[in-house]
Ligand binder design. Structure first.
Ligand code: AP5
Ligand code: MG
Length: 216
């Protein structure tokens, strides 16, 4: 049976960064709802156009659209041994829908690492982030700079700053997170799946804590 890990935490805390490390180590699929929306945006699909209207405002894309997209993604063969969900679920309705869809695959959410940091840290991390066009590799101008400015170390593609990383939009995203996603902390804690990870330290230290907790 496939393993399902849900990475929970505020915008900019390092979910994508840690998901990539975990996916490399475990060979589980890294499924990031934000990355799938951005991919659709790049390819100018209908889904991308719908998503953009919400993402630009820092709001959540409607549940029905998001749930359908994730259901489709996790039914792909590369998700057969395990999935690291990054940015989904983000509302109680999405969490319920996830539970139902996983029960169809005879699976369930195995663990929910909840990564935390202060708002100052989130803003500093988002402000210095650069992402790669081709595969979403993540850099930070101060904490993990690429070898050559503007170029991805891994695949040589161009690095860009996300449209929704403008100061006003970030404030809105944090507000939306506190309002709509925070309820999932109690939801998963109540199920005994949640463990909190201090995300304020360097990437490698956060990874160490994450791995130690997942082993337990
Ligand atoms: P999404 O793309 O998921 O954005 P997010 O949740 O706001 O999170 P981020 O991707 O900004 O941060 P992260 O935690 O991944 O941090 P990262 O590793 O990059 O969603 C974007 C939008 O899509 C949403 O606003 C919404 O509109 C829509 N959407 C997505 N999912 C949805 C859903 N389920 N339902 C509805 N709508 C949805 O790290 C940040 C920076 O910090 C990087 O520069 C990195 O290098 C650096 N860094 C990371 N860790 C450390 C560390 N430990 N020390 C120092 N620097 C670090
Ligand atoms: Mg991310």
């Amino acid at each position: 049976m496939a393993t399902f890990i849900v990475l929970l935490g505020p915008p900019g805390v390092g979910k994508g960064t840690q998901a990539k490390v975990l996916a490399d180590m475990t060979k589980f699929a890294h499924v990031s709802s934000g990355d799938i929306f951005r991919e659709n945006l790049k390819n100018q699909t209908e889904l991308g156009k719908v998503a953009k209207s919400y993402m630009d405002k820092g709001e959540l894309v409607p549940d029905d659209v998001t749930i359908r997209m994730i259901r489709d993604r996790i039914s792909h063969p590369d998700c057969g041994s395990g999935v690291i969900l990054d940015g989904f679920p983000r509302t109680p309705a999405q969490a319920d829908a996830l539970e139902k869809m996983l029960s169809e695959f005879n699976g369930h959410v195995d663990a929910v690492p909840y990564i935390t940091a202060t708002e100052d840290i989130l803003i500093e991390r988002i402000g210095g982030r650069w992402s790669c066009r081709a595969q979403g590799h993540i850099y930070h101008q101060k904490f993990s700079p690429p070898k050559q400015a503007g170029v991805c170390d891994v695949d040589g593609s161009e690095l860009f700053q996300r449209d929704d990383d403008k100061v006003e939009t970030v404030a809105k995203r944090i507000h939306v997170y506190l309002e709509q996603t925070i309820p999932l902390v109690d939801y998963y804690r109540g199920k005994g799946k949640l463990f909190e990870i201090d995300g304020t330290q360097a990437v490698e230290q956060v990874t160490e804590k994450l791995l130690a907790a997942l082993k337990r």
